[in-house]
Ligand binder design. Structure first.
Ligand SMILES: NC(=O)c1ccc[n+]([C@@H]2O[C@H](COP(=O)([O-])OP(=O)(O)OC[C@H]3O[C@@H](n4cnc5c(N)ncnc54)[C@H](O)[C@@H]3O)[C@@H](O)[C@H]2O)c1
Length: 498
């Protein structure tokens, strides 16, 4: 049984002969059939939080769509949502097993709001069953399964896949990108994605925790490793939501909230694929709890046009406060630095352009982010995804996984060693110096506390594999389950590209 503790990462990697000391490996378009009145018949899958919003929108708000089915592996959640629907005057069919739902001929499209580790497999199965798909972000739990989903979408192109990266519906971002392309503030020097979002301790348990009787845990686990949960927070219990902070199912906040900002940052750069290098450093600072993913992370992606740097902070501005730091006025957002000014994009998708004097030159505030779900219905009706494509979501999701792979392969290093590792790289040094100040403000003993520093990994964008002069490092990175995990038993990921 693999419990994914750091000690066991080490034991596993050493037993497997991993070449790196301190390696952090973990465990291993047919038109919608349409109903009589031509509405898109939609099923929503995974209903606890995000799925509830989708469910109610399709039940009551979105024109041209009709909620016909709901599915959750937790019978308690399913029962609650059935009641919500009935109160709204809608009576969808209910399912616990998604595979049964896909057998129904009365469903045209699925909206997937299950946890991240289900997204690629559920997308592929839906396409194989001839359904259209709205898949929540991120597209994948690992790079390889995301690629399989992209190839499945190519093969089953009669159906559409629409990605939940909703910034793609922000007119303000298109306008801001056009502004930057006009050259008025010069070329892009770097893009920084920011996820400064309070994340409290999830508490500490002693060993494996009980799965509530209402949850079919085999179905909940799907393609991930079937291990008992080791968490039990007040708000989410032993299974739900906190999976974000465990490698088996999540990827921390870079993959959770950060995917949105990653997507915007890469889009600004106009980079159509993966970077050539990636390097990360960080840690889980300020408290001890069950979670595995870092609450503080800097990932640096080497792109030809300009570097993309991503910063995650889960601790507040200062110990005891709730407020978060801001960087050039932004906490959850993107900053694009150009030669003669910069652009900020907030979490609502609005954009501000500043000149060198830090005065606002231009404001884009049409606020169209909320149209994303309606855009899915339009895409299904017109049989064309114009903006929120599976390919774009694949690359942005993959960036989050790649950043985490470098972190997972890292070793704990002193401040001096970290400073040496990033010597000569001003942008990364800036992120590091600000990270240190932030940790100090949270009473973290930055001199005594070591930071996990990952290796600089080299990527082959064509094969989506690690490569480069250090063969041992590349091999270890290629073995990491965030690069590739094939799935489990009946939940093996169908292979579309070896
Ligand atoms: N676009 C956004 O801004 C946004 C915001 C929040 C969440 N999300 C995404 O939505 C997804 C769900 O997030 P959440 O916060 O609701 O998570 P959650 O853990 O609270 O809820 C997930 C639900 O899915 C159910 N589920 C798990 N496996 C299932 C399966 N195989 N079939 C059917 N149901 C299954 C669970 O029982 C649970 O009820 C995540 O991928 C998250 O990244 C997107």
């Amino acid at each position: 049984m693999n419990h994914w503790t750091r000690k066991e990462f080490l034991k596993t990697s050493l037993a497997g002969g991993a070449a790196l000391a301190g390696t952090r490996l973990y465990g291993q378009a047919a038109p919608a059939a349409g109903s009589a009145n031509g509405d898109l018949r939609v099923a929503v899958v995974g209903l606890r939080s995000q799925g509830r919003g989708h469910m109610m929108d399709h039940a009551t708000k979105l024109k041209g769509s009709r909620l016909v089915a709901i599915c959750d592996v937790d019978s308690e959640v399913l029962g609650r949502r059935k009641d919500d629907c009935e109160k709204a005057g809608v009576k969808p069919a209910t399912f616990t097993d998604y595979r049964k739902l896909l057998e129904s001929k009365d469903i045209d499209a699925v909206v997937l709001a299950s946890p991240n580790h289900q997204h690629s497999l559920q997308t592929i199965w839906a396409l194989q069953a001839g359904k259209d798909v709205y898949v929540e972000k991120p597209l994948s739990h690992n790079v390889w399964e995301g690629r399989q989903a992209v190839e499945a979408a190519r093969k089953h192109s009669k159906n559409i896949v629409f990605a939940g990266t909703q910034n793609r519906s922000s007119e303000d971002i298109y306008d801001a990108i056009d502004f930057v392309k006009s050259g008025q503030i010069g070329r892009i020097l770097w893009a920084r994605g920011l996820c400064y979002k309070t994340r409290d301790s999830i508490g500490q348990t002693q060993g494996a925790q009980k799965v509530p009787d209402s949850i079919n845990y085999d179905l909940w686990t799907g393609p991930a490793d079937l291990t008992p949960p080791r968490r039990n927070s007040k708000s989410n219990g032993t299974v739900h939501y906190d999976w974000h902070w465990f490698w088996n199912c999540g990827g921390g906040d870079i993959t959770n909230q950060g995917i949105h900002q990653m997507d915007v940052a890469r889009w600004f750069l106009g980079e159509p694929g993966l970077p050539s290098t990636v390097m990360s450093f960080g840690g889980r600072f300020g408290y001890r709890d069950d979670a595995e993913t870092p609450n503080t992370l800097v990932s640096v992606f080497g792109y030809a046009k300009a570097p993309l740097i991503f910063e995650v902070r889960g601790l507040p501005m200062k110990a005891g406060m709730r407020a978060m730091d801001k960087f050039l006025g932004t906490d959850v957002g993107v900053v694009v630095q150009c030669e003669k000014g910069y652009v900020t994009i907030g979490s609502n998708g609005g954009a501000l352009v500043y000149g060198d004097d830090k005065k606002v030159l231009q404001k884009f505030a049409k606020n169209t982010l909320g149209q994303h779900r309606a855009a899915f219905v339009t895409a299904a009706q017109t049989r064309k995804v114009v903006r929120s494509t599976i390919e774009e979501c694949h690359y942005s999701s993959a960036l989050c996984h790649l950043g985490n792979v470098s972190y997972l392969l890292g070793a704990e290093k002193s401040n001096a060693e970290l400073a040496e590792a990033i010597k000569g790289d001003k942008n990364t040094q800036d992120s590091y110096n600000r990270m240190l100040e932030h940790l100090k403000a949270n009473n973290v003993d930055t001199a005594g506390t070591k930071t996990v520093v990952g290796p600089q990994l080299v990527l082959d964008g064509k094969t989506e594999q690690f490569t480069g002069p250090n063969a041992a490092v590349a091999a270890a990175a290629n073995k990491n389950p965030l690069l590739k995990r094939a799935g489990r038993g009946a939940f093996a990921i169908p292979v579309f590209k070896a």
